[in-house]
Design a protein around this ligand. Structure first.
Ligand code: NAP
Ligand code: MG
Length: 483
């Protein structure tokens, strides 16, 4: 569909869906085979752009979880933990290469199922997911160099539970380091975005990875909890909301299970008056509007130094006019579909709260498609530090804007949230950047850029944004017993 934006009209440039193959129904991937769920129940995966059903997906119950964990245990004791590390590495490379070969198909499926603009899935999610497998494949036989003078052993069976905002990338973040360190895996994608993980299961099958080393089971509600509570799981790797993270932490308390929890965020993007303003505005847009604000580390709280605030807001509003909201498969689209009806309702609820709190709202003047789940890029000014929309994670294209005068003031305001996942700092002064990076309570601080990722760089949170790191050497150690 062409953009209906009043200022910018583009001819539609739709990515073809002809090169992708999707089954009507997906079963569970357990012990290297596709097996029917014991529940015999299926749920629908919906395309958030047109609300049509893409495929039916199995709902794994307790018996299925038991089967998957048993398969992972068997594969761990009999095959994977005994295999020479360089052989393990070859399998991981093979998965990376097969993913690259099928990257167009994976990108289109991700955009269809998750609502992500094709430009994002094609240029960011899929290449980064491949790079995680390449990166960790390289470490598989070099663990002694990664952790010199330490005794290294894998943990065993890892239960991995991921959210819907970066479906295949989160699967790669979790599976690649687990395999490189000699663990086996049971992974559960989120209810609304299982398809790319199921495609990854096909790739894993094609790679010849020994059966049971990676098991991918789908479901919702109690499926994730059944993995967490299973007594034969040694490690839980969870990415998702802080609420569910807290439930998981309670359920594993007192057990031997190790855990990494990557949770929510309300990250600050801070613009000083000496910053390159046009780049900073692009960084704000990238931080909150691209990918519909479905980013755990989204720069959802903007802090602008007082003297330049009017100018920055004017530039931002101007840039918002040219953002194209629409079909995720259109290459012109900047802001795709909100992942689900439920999430759209949550975002709209917060927009209402913002208005009620007396904040001033400005939304992109674009007409939204008549079908599907869409939300225009939205900014709120005249907000207080105590406003609900400043404190709580919205997980949509909604930005709050506050001003500040001094460095100390902005550090205090930026840190004044239960979260601590990421932050951005825009300034010409290197010393100021170093000052802020040490004082901001955030796992990642970007300087003069935003939302940049690399497999070699650790990622994770402070406070209620979770604990443990993924990526880099930190990501390896989370799957190892080091003595
Ligand atoms: P969510 O509701 O917490 O769900 C995450 C996953 O946990 C899903 O697979 C979900 O399954 C499963 N789950 C639900 N209840 C469970 C339980 N009691 N025990 C075990 N698993 C359970 O989060 P979401 O809405 O999908 O994702 C958005 C959140 O993820 C945001 O808060 C975002 O900030 C966070 N996130 C954090 C990071 C990071 O690196 N820190 C990265 C990305 C996203 P079902 O979907 O089937 O219910
Ligand atoms: Mg879907």
């Amino acid at each position: 569909m062409a953009s209906k934006n009043k200022n910018w009209e583009y001819a539609p440039s739709l990515e073809s869906t002809e090169h992708i193959t999707l089954k009507k129904r997906y079963d569970l991937f357990i012990n290297g085979k596709w097996v029917k769920s014991a529940s015999n129940k299926y749920f629908k995966s919906i395309n958030p752009n047109d609300e049509k059903v893409i495929a039916e997906i199995s709902h794994a119950n307790q018996r299925d979880v038991n089967r998957a964990i048993e398969a992972a245990r068997n594969a761990y004791t009999k095959v994977w933990s005994k295999m020479p590390a360089n052989e393990r590495g070859k399998y991981i490379y093979r998965i990376a290469r097969l993913m690259q070969e099928r990257s167009r198909e994976l990108a289109v499926i991700e955009s269809l199922d998750a609502g992500k603009p094709i430009r994002e899935s094609r240029d960011i999610d899929i290449p980064l997911a491949c790079n995680h497998f390449f990166y960790y494949a390289g470490w598989a036989d070099k663990l002694d160099y990664a952790f010199p003078n330490r005794q290294i052993s894998p943990l065993g069976v890892a239960g991995q539970i991921i959210p819907w905002n970066f479906p295949i990338l989160m699967a790669a973040w979790k599976i690649a380091p687990a395999l490189a360190t000699g663990n086996t895996v049971v992974l559960k994608p989120a209810e609304t975005t299982s398809l790319s993980a199921l495609k990854l299961a096909e790739i894993i099958q094609d790679s010849g990875l020994p059966e049971g080393v990676v098991n991918i089971i789908t479901g919702y509600g109690d499926t994730g909890a059944a993995i967490v509570n299973h007594p034969d799981v040694n490690k839980i790797a969870f990415t998702g909301s802080t609420g569910v993270g807290k439930i998981i932490q309670k359920s594993i308390a007192g057990s031997e299970k190790k855990a990494t929890l990557e949770l929510g965020g309300k990250s600050a993007n801070i613009i000083f008056d000496d910053a390159p303003l046009d780049q900073a505005v692009e960084g704000i847009v990238n931080g909150i509007f691209f990918n519909q604000g479905h980013v755990c580390c989204a720069g959802s709280r903007l802090f602008v130094q007082e003297g330049i605030s009017e100018k920055v807001i004017r530039k931002l509003k101007h840039r918002m006019k040219s953002l194209v909201v629409g079909n995720p498969l259109d290459k012109n689209t900047d802001v795709g579909a909100i992942n689900s009806k439920e999430q759209l309702d949550i975002i709209n609820k917060y927009i209402k709260i913002g208005k009620k709190e007396g904040a001033e709202i400005h939304q992109s003047a674009c007409s939204l498609p008549s079908k599907g789940y869409f939300c225009p890029p939205t900014i709120f000014t005249n907000v207080a530090q105590s406003s609900v929309i400043v404190q709580e994670e919205i997980f949509g294209p909604v930005l709050t804007i506050q001003t500040f005068r001094t460095v100390d003031e902005v550090i205090q305001k930026a840190n004044n949230t239960p979260y601590g996942l990421a932050a951005g700092v825009w300034t010409d002064k290197g010393s100021r950047i170093f000052n802020l990076t040490t004082k901001l309570k955030a796992g990642v601080v970007w300087a003069n850029t935003y939302n940049k990722f690399d497999p070699s760089s650790p990622f994770g949170g402070y406070k209620e944004s979770g604990f443990g790191r993924e990526g880099g050497l930190h990501g390896l150690s989370a799957y190892l017993k080091l003595t």
